[in-house]
Write a protein that binds this ligand. Structure first.
Ligand code: SF4
Length: 460
């Protein structure tokens, strides 16, 4: 099984796993789980998690004290946790720490005091935090802000808040971790969270041995079952399991500093069941909303090219595409800037019976000084053009076209002309704050093409 998933929260050092630990690890590997974060909840379990991580590849750990035990925390406890971090280079976070106002096993004021001190310790050690929050949403958020927890970031594990809270967490620089409860029938609120925030802001976890997902609910949980959670997230997000695995694993690797990031310069990459081709990073425009200016990653794929690929390199990267629904010329650049290569590759793809699409800024005709659309006839099935504005001023402001007012007119002309040569033509607009999307939709209709809205800050 390929390396697919990271279980970012599991208590696998306990007596529940004594009898079948190796078999449990084998089942995790068979399910595609290639890394587990073993999370301590008190001093003995933090020691056990650190010892386990030190002894096994593919396991790292977090050390901390659960709010249930806050009443017993002494100065010595902080020193022991600090020492564990110093001694074990596989400690990747301080946790789990937080507040539990559901069971109230320790007085609330002591829970808060301990939570604050652990956040300060995490900042001192520059480690992210893993936060337990049960029925304490408002106090958790307030303390995270007051203690400047965003300096180190972290994750709200087994997230139990609503979508508004999830968005506040994300704004604070925190990730939201989705547990197996997402598979339960009564998980409407968590489903709204999964649908409402980006997959780039999520982790998946088991919290093993607790919160076992369906269909194993009622039995002991274990890391292999994180796959069931990821499958449910994939269904809710309209992504493939591989997409969810790749993206949430990258999120975990970046938060906890574990493993290696994927290679840059990928030429062909999969999202859902489409194959995307990244053939240039050059653009005719410089759009204000473009995510590539902060991070060249799209759905877990790193698209920064060190050179523009040749025809053999592109064909080699494509391999056998016949299982894919379509092949899309896209990437973090304007594919029609490589018109000749695109035509050669599209010709081969059509010979293989593939559907083809181009995502473009629609300025090719002004760039080349001729109408290139007839050259795409028979090679491209769909063209999706970023219209993005209903007037030239707005277009110039958002897209920084080098062609001034002529740039917007060229995009409109391209859209008007395209249906004569390409069977399916779509104009799109990104929901940039303040943009009159309805006006753009009206213009698309006047130009005689279909219109599609693309979510702001959502790529791929
Ligand atoms: S055309 Fe696309 S890739 Fe280029 S700057 Fe604009 S949004 Fe980014």
């Amino acid at each position: 099984m390929q390396n697919l998933l990271i279980d970012t929260h599991a208590h696998i050092y306990g007596p529940e796993y004594e009898d079948d630990f190796d078999a449990m690890m084998s089942r995790a590997a068979e399910a595609g789980v290639f890394h587990i974060v073993a999370v301590g909840a008190d001093i003995p379990s933090s020691r056990a998690a650190a010892a386990l991580a030190a002894s096994r590849d593919g396991i790292s750990c977090a050390v901390g004290i659960h709010p249930h035990d806050a009443a017993g925390v002494t100065d010595d406890c902080y020193n022991i946790i600090r020492q564990l971090v110093t001694e074990c280079d596989k400690v990747v976070a301080i946790g789990e720490i937080g507040l539990d106002f559901y069971r109230d096993r320790s007085p609330r004021h002591l829970q808060e005091e301990v939570f604050r001190r652990f956040i300060r310790l995490a900042r001192e050690l520059t480690l992210p935090i893993i936060v337990h929050d049960r029925d304490a949403h408002d106090r958790i958020m307030q303390i995270l802000v007051e203690e400047r927890a965003s300096e180190v970031g972290g994750v709200l594990h087994c997230f139990s808040g609503d979508l508004e809270m999830a968005k506040r967490c994300v704004d604070l620089g925190f990730l939201v971790s989705i547990p197996g409860t997402i598979t339960y029938p009564k998980s409407d609120q968590l489903q709204q969270v999964v649908k409402g925030i980006k997959i780039e802001q999520m982790l998946v976890e088991t919290d093993a041995p607790y919160l076992t997902p369906v269909p194993h609910r009622g039995t002991r949980n274990e890391p292999a079952y994180v796959r069931l959670t990821a499958e449910r997230v994939a269904a809710l997000k309209g992504l493939s399991l591989e997409d969810v695995g790749r993206i949430t694993s990258l999120n975990a690797q970046r938060l906890f500093g574990i493993g290696v990031e994927p290679e840059s310069g990928i030429i062909a990459y999969r999202i859902r069941n489409a194959l995307y081709l990244n053939i240039t990073n050059r653009c005719s425009n410089r759009c204000s909303f473009c995510a590539k200016f902060t991070d060249f990653t799209v759905k877990g794929h790193k698209l920064l090219l060190d050179h523009e690929p040749t025809y053999p390199e592109v064909m080699d990267a494509i391999g056998d595409p016949t299982g894919c629904d379509e092949v899309v010329f896209c990437g973090y650049g304007e594919p029609l800037l490589r018109l000749d290569l695109l035509k050669d590759v599209a010709r081969d793809l059509k010979a293989m019976g593939m559907k083809t699409r181009i995502n473009t800024d629609g300025q090719a005709n002004i760039v080349y000084g001729r109408n290139i659309l007839p050259e795409l006839a028979g090679l491209i099935d769909t063209v999706s053009v970023s219209l993005n504005a209903a007037d030239a001023d707005t277009y110039s402001r958002l897209c920084s076209t080098p062609f001034g007012a002529d740039g917007f007119a060229a995009v409109c002309d391209f859209l008007r002309e395209a249906p004569a040569h390409i069977p399916h033509v779509v104009a799109s607009a990104v929901t940039v704050p303040g943009l009159d999307i309805e006006a753009v939709a009206r213009l698309a209709r006047e130009l005689g093409v279909e219109f599609r809205v693309r979510e702001y800050a959502e790529v791929g």
